[in-house]
Design a protein around this ligand. Structure first.
Ligand SMILES: [Zn+2]
Length: 134
């Protein structure tokens, strides 16, 4: 391989256009066989009794399965809920009561990219809820 010296001062700006479909290709191909993948469905166990049904893509030759981006996100979220329900990681915060509402402080490490400064509260039970910071 021939080595070339690149003069960084002589480099000019280049403009690229990335097609909008580049990150959402209409057809997907197997990384092993290069064959076009077909749509399929996968039942992925979340725990002993719970399964997530997700749309996937399968190679007709080697049967390797791929998840679409949206379904990968959904599966990731299901795994997060599973972890939350198992309570293997938790922290304790003090609750304050003003007569009508309880308040507690959320560590800033849990609030990455907070835009709207709003929180969605999803009740899970009488004393349990899930909070999503927006
Ligand atoms: Zn394949």
């Amino acid at each position: 391989m021939k080595e070339e010296n690149i003069d960084l001062d002589k480099l000019t700006k280049a403009k690229f256009e990335i097609d909008k479909s580049a990150f959402r290709p209409k057809t997907l191909h197997c990384s092993n066989c290069k064959l076009k993948l077909t749509k399929t469905q996968m039942d992925i166990p979340i725990d002993e009794t719970l399964y997530a049904v997700v749309l996937a893509f399968e190679c007709p030759k080697c049967h390797k399965k791929y998840l679409g981006l949206e379904d990968a996100k959904r599966l990731d979220r299901a795994m997060v809920f599973k972890r939350a329900m198992s309570k293997d990681f938790k922290m304790t915060r003090n609750l304050s009561f003003d007569g009508d509402n309880y308040t507690f402080r959320i560590p800033k490490e849990f609030t990455h990219d907070v835009n709207k400064r709003k929180i969605e509260i999803i009740p899970l039970g009488a004393k349990e809820f899930c909070a999503v910071v927006e």
